[in-house]
Design a protein around this ligand. Structure first.
Ligand code: MG
Ligand code: MG
Length: 261
């Protein structure tokens, strides 16, 4: 059983730097994403921006993944391939990004609404982001992994949405995926104890309909079984006493989206 890697304060600061470059990358994407843009163009933009700022895309060549971003459209849950698909009004586009900077890794994802979207889908996005925030609130020393999952699951299911079980959050920092697993479901007071020095990626994947997913023959793309939309938001978070320390941020994305409104 692999062990949990605890981080020093210096190491947490380095993961913060990686996560901030990642956050700015998502901000760059927010500037250009819209109808008529091909998803492969966003991948190129992210790779260029990350490298121009001294980093390296963490996903590129990870277990053979061929792109810098995972771009998952509408009923795709996660791990979608950037392509020549042209984004259109009404789409939702989940962008998951990883950045390595000074050998430390950050991981964060955001689901973008393109123009006017269906009100039910708007609610899915809002609730999924709320699920992330509720999960983050539990990332405090003395709580357990199950407390994070419970908070996410309870809020999603209360709103009638399905929680993806097959894919989970994870420890992060020295590598993209470390122990412990951080499921988006669970029982309060169960699982590994959260302690200072742990850095985890919390990433609710929430479906508008059924919780079930299917795995594509491309070896990567995951989509909903019922073809209904799915949303995904993710932060890299350091566990602290009293209050979680969110190392990534949606600030850059949301400033741009506010200006574009
Ligand atoms: Mg991610
Ligand atoms: Mg992740």
């Amino acid at each position: 059983m692999p062990k949990i890697y605890y981080k020093s304060e210096e190491e947490i600061e380095l993961i913060r730097h990686s996560s901030q470059l990642l956050a700015k990358t998502l901000g760059e994407i927010a500037q250009v994403i819209g109808p008529g843009v091909k998803t492969i163009e966003l991948d190129t933009l992210a790779r260029t921006y990350i490298r121009d700022n001294g980093g390296e895309p963490a996903f590129l060549n990870y277990s053979g993944f061929p792109y810098s971003l995972c771009i998952s459209l509408n009923d795709q849950v996660v791990h979608g391939f950037p392509s020549t698909y042209e984004i259109k009004e009404g789409d939702i586009v989940s962008i998951d990004c990883g950045v390595i900077l000074n050998k430390f890794v950050g991981d964060s994802a955001y689901t973008f609404a393109i123009g006017e979207i269906n009100p039910d889908t708007r609610k899915l996005l809002d609730v999924t982001k709320e699920c992330l925030n509720l999960g983050v609130e539990k990332a405090v020393a003395g709580m357990r992994i199950g407390d994070v999952g419970y908070a996410v699951q309870e809020h999603a299911e209360k709103n009638g949405f399905g929680v993806v079980k097959e894919l989970v959050g994870h420890g992060v920092g020295f590598k993209l995926h470390e122990k412990p697993e951080v499921p988006n479901y669970g029982k309060r007071g169960s699982g590994a104890k959260l302690e200072e020095g742990m850095v985890i990626a919390i990433e609710p994947m929430i479906n508008a309909g059924k919780a079930g997913v299917k795995f594509w023959k491309d070896g990567w793309t995951v989509s909903t079984v019922d073809g209904k939309p799915s949303a995904h938001y993710e932060h890299t978070v350091a566990v602290r006493k009293g209050k979680a320390d969110v190392l990534s941020t949606f600030q850059y994305v949301e400033e741009v989206l506010e200006q574009k409104r």
